[in-house]
Design a protein around this ligand. Structure first.
Ligand code: NDP
Length: 446
């Protein structure tokens, strides 16, 4: 019965959303976890909760015209998918990357619904972005693009309606330009975006939150295996916001990060990555990870990002992008001593890779749970904005740590109650689903 439900639901999802393969992948993964729960609860089946969940509340697509520094007119496409607001206003990041299309935004928005439910905060799920590539653009070009993007997006969002944040290609600079344009167009000053600068409504720890939270979550997995970070070699893919602050927290807890990457290639430094160099290259100079090897004689640079999974490690933290660990990479990690994987990126492991990890008994922290620290801290930023006050770094970090522990416990509890003990991937899907489902049941057929 469960498998029949999955196939039936997926047939509709695939027919209604042709070509959106990442969305199909994300929907199938959740469907497989929650099907047995729906099977044993006729009300969930009768009210077609899952069938309603895979259909976004609304999806918006718009033209974003802007001029480059040479005066040439450029046209990009903007997206916002407001997926579900059963438990709070829509919340989810904006991604600026040339690979962005509706299928990517929908997979991210769908995942966000369950992730946000797990945070224990009152936030619904959404995602947005554009196929604009900020790489190689001047600050003035990025500003003109962001202003044009917000000139349409502003009519769909608001502090009690939909609160976007950053994601790939959208950091503090972009959030600043987007916020400025929103504030001008609406003549307001509200917490309509999170990830803001500290001087203008931002929260301490928001920048660090996803990476720190990921590390707190994986600490619980290691604890279950009777291990810790002390003396552990750690491989982290990417060298953006999530990767950098995961590296920082791992190092603070005694782990040794031996490799990091970007879309061009990866560096291995067996003496341990010098994070200040990575921060300067990536956050200040907006350069390439290759430069790290030019500055550190202990480091080697290798072309191509996939090779990073052949570097021996105890813990792997994929923190770059979707589907970056396939079956071959998963097998290579295990053969080289990996005992725990924490997903910093969204959906970085293919379904085949997850199967390999689970069959080998590798502790696996799924993205929805393990990287939820960023959006949870965004919700803390919203709370501070509403109260018009700011908490200290320690206060926010402590709340973040508590939230990550609570997420871990919800996942472990749901896995034990409804699936297989220790299957945190199924646990995350089920716990997130049940919370949203209860709210949807209470609010009627809307
Ligand atoms: P950034 O833009 O700061 O960094 C992204 C990093 O990943 C860069 O090193 C980039 O390399 C690399 N990368 C991006 N695309 C690819 C690709 N196709 N192949 C190989 N490498 C790639 O993004 P974030 O750190 O914010 O996001 C990373 C991941 O974490 C994403 O999956 C995002 O959805 C997820 N996430 C982010 C959160 C946040 O708070 N920022 C919250 C939760 C999840 P290059 O510079 O060469 O492109």
């Amino acid at each position: 019965m469960s498998q029949a439900f999955v196939e039936e639901v997926m047939q509709t999802v695939e027919a209604r959303n042709p070509g959106e393969v990442e969305f199909h992948q994300a929907a199938r993964e959740v469907a497989e976890s929650v099907a047995p729960v729906i099977d044993s609860n006729p009300d969930l089946a009768r009210m077609k909760i899952f069938e309603r969940l895979v259909e976004p509340d609304r999806q918006i697509m718009f033209r974003v015209p802007w001029t480059d520094d040479a005066g040439e007119v450029r046209i990009n496409r903007g997206f916002r998918v407001e997926f579900n607001k059963a438990i709070g206003p829509y919340k989810g990041g904006l991604r600026f990357h040339p690979s962005v299309y509706m299928g990517i935004i929908k997979f991210l928005g769908f995942e966000q619904v369950f992730k946000n439910a797990l945070t224990t905060m009152p936030i619904g799920g959404a995602k947005g972005g554009s196929d604009f590539d900020p790489k190689g653009k001047s600050d003035a070009e990025v500003m003109r693009f962001c202003q044009s993007f917000m000139s349409e997006l502003f009519r769909h969002i608001g502090p009690d309606t939909d609160v976007p944040a950053g994601d790939i290609g959208v950091g503090g600079r972009e959030i600043g330009f987007l916020f400025g344009q929103y504030a001008k167009l609406t003549n307001t000053y509200t917490g309509v975006l999170t990830g803001k600068g500290l001087e203008w409504g931002g929260s301490l720890v928001r920048n660090e939150a996803t990476g720190y939270g990921l590390t707190y979550f994986v600490s619980r997995i290691l604890q279950d295996a009777g291990k810790g970070w002390e003396g552990a070699d750690v491989v982290i893919s990417g060298s953006g916001n999530v990767a950098i602050y995961a590296c920082e927290k791992v190092q603070q807890l005694g782990g040794k990060v031996v490799a990091m990457s970007d879309s061009g290639g990866y560096v291995v430094d067996m003496e341990g990555i010098e994070l200040d160099t990575v921060k300067r290259i990536k956050e200040v100079e907006r350069g390439r990870i290759k430069q790290y090897a030019d500055e550190h004689s202990s480091a080697e640079y290798h072309e191509g990002w996939q090779g990073i999974w052949t570097v021996p490690c105890r813990v792997a933290l994929p923190s770059a992008t979707q589907n970056e660990i396939d079956e071959t990479a998963a097998k290579s990690l295990i053969a080289n001593g990996c005992i725990a994987v924490g997903e910093g990126a969204n959906m970085p492991s293919t379904p085949e890779a997850i199967k390999v990890f689970q069959e080998a008994g590798v502790g696996f922290g799924p993205a929805k749970a393990a990287n939820a620290g960023g959006v949870a801290t965004s919700a803390l930023e919203m709370a501070q904005n509403s109260m018009r006050l700011s908490w200290t770094f320690e206060e926010v970090d402590e709340r973040l740590h508590g939230i990550m522990d609570a997420i871990y416990e919800q996942c472990a509890g749901a896995a034990e109650a409804y699936a297989t003990k220790g299957d945190l991937a199924a646990g995350a899907n089920i716990a997130g689903f049940l919370k949203v489902a209860k709210a949807m049941m209470a609010q009627g057929l809307i």
